[in-house]
Design a protein. Structure first.
Length: 103
C-alpha cells in the first residue's frame, strides 16, 4: 500500500481510510483541515503527523503542535480535538472499534 496514493483518494477534511490491521490495532490515515469537534475515547489514540502542520488541543492542557514525523499519544478519557489551519494528514493507531467522534 502506498500512503500518498491513499491520501489522494480521501474525499475531504476529517475523512479516514484504514491502511492496515496489526494485532489488536488498526492504522488509519486521515485528512485534517479546520476544527474537529471536542471528543474523547475510552482507549489511547496515537497520532503521527505525515505531512503539513496541525495542533491537538487538549482539555486543561497546552496544545501540542505536530509537524511531519512527530508522534503524540492521547491518553484514554482526555477530551481533545485536532485543528489544522491548512490541509494536513495524520496516521492514527487505534483499536478497530474506536469511533471517530469519540464515546
Amino acid at each position: 500500500m502506498n500512503i500518498p496514493e491513499v491520501i489522494a483518494t480521501l474525499p475531504g477534511p476529517f475523512q479516514q481510510r484504514q491502511l492496515a490491521e496489526v494485532n489488536d490495532t488498526v492504522v488509519r490515515v486521515a485528512q485534517l483541515h479546520g476544527e474537529f469537534p471536542w471528543h474523547h475515547h475510552d482507549e489511547d489514540e496515537l497520532f503521527l503527523c505525515w505531512d503539513g502542520t496541525f495542533r491537538i488541543e487538549l482539555e486543561g492542557r497546552e496544545p501540542v503542535v505536530m509537524t511531519p514525523g512527530d508522534v503524540f499519544v492521547i491518553p484514554r478519557g482526555l477530551r481533545h480535538r485536532p485543528v489544522a489551519d491548512e490541509p494536513a494528514h495524520t496516521l492514527l493507531v487505534e483499536k478497530p472499534e474506536t469511533k471517530q467522534f469519540g464515546n
